[in-house]
Design a protein around this ligand. Sequence first.
Ligand SMILES: C[S@@+](CC[C@H](N)C(=O)[O-])C[C@H]1O[C@@H](n2cnc3c(N)ncnc32)[C@H](O)[C@@H]1O
Length: 249
Amino acid sequence: MQDSVITSQWEEENSQDFIDYGKYFVPDREIQINCVCEVIPPPSEAAYILDLCCGEGLLTRALLDKFPESHVYGLDGSPKMIAHIEKALAAYGERFKAKQFDLAASNWREFSFPVYAVVSSLAIHHLDGTEKQALFKDVASLLAPGGSFIIADLTEPMDRFGQKLAADTWDEVVRQRSLDLDGDLRGYDYFCELGWNHYAQHEIDPDSIDKPSSLFDQLKWLEQAGFTDVDVFWMKAGHAIFGGRKPNP
Ligand SMILES: C[S@@+](CC[C@H](N)C(=O)[O-])C[C@H]1O[C@@H](n2cnc3c(N)ncnc32)[C@H](O)[C@@H]1O
């Protein structure tokens, strides 16, 4: 087994919790995956797509299925996630490759082929605001003209009213998913036990693994990085799907 290269505090036990309980914890998980795929224009020829912090690979698989000509690179810092996705997506052969990386590092941000789209789900909030801005600029550089950058992630509400609404809605969504999936509240109880609901914290913990930025700031940063057609495609319980396109020259 490789050593973890994660520097931003996501641990292997978080990976195991997410593999086991992500189906309860992520609001509208299936709708989110579908939404990210729908807002990427279908490529007219073979295209390379990057899934940053691909985890166990549910979005990665959906992209491979939606765009049958595509090659998808799944990057993640967790050896456990990489092992999981390599096994789960082995049937896609050469069309899928996994690689370990640190999202915050800059050593992976150049590619020898044109990148058609970059996606990332539930991970960029582990970077602070400055790191997010640097990432957005580097993604704008590495994308081919016309390429899409689509982010699904936690966002930080602007005030305590928004925070309470996000906390309560996320709680209710997970409670309902537990009931719908299993007919009991075990998934929801574990969500509460782990304190996974970032919005339910009463004070911001400076050492927290979660550093979401406001949606408004992130839309501005995308525009400042050079993206056009910056838009929000879905939002619920503090989670949002948003992104933009690299302009054609
Ligand atoms: C909540 S999971 C989301 C996984 C997947 N994208 C999904 O939506 O199902 C967060 C993922 O980000 C990865 N991750 C967190 N911080 C990272 C970092 N600094 N570098 C690389 N991967 C990181 C974790 O290993 C984990 O797979």
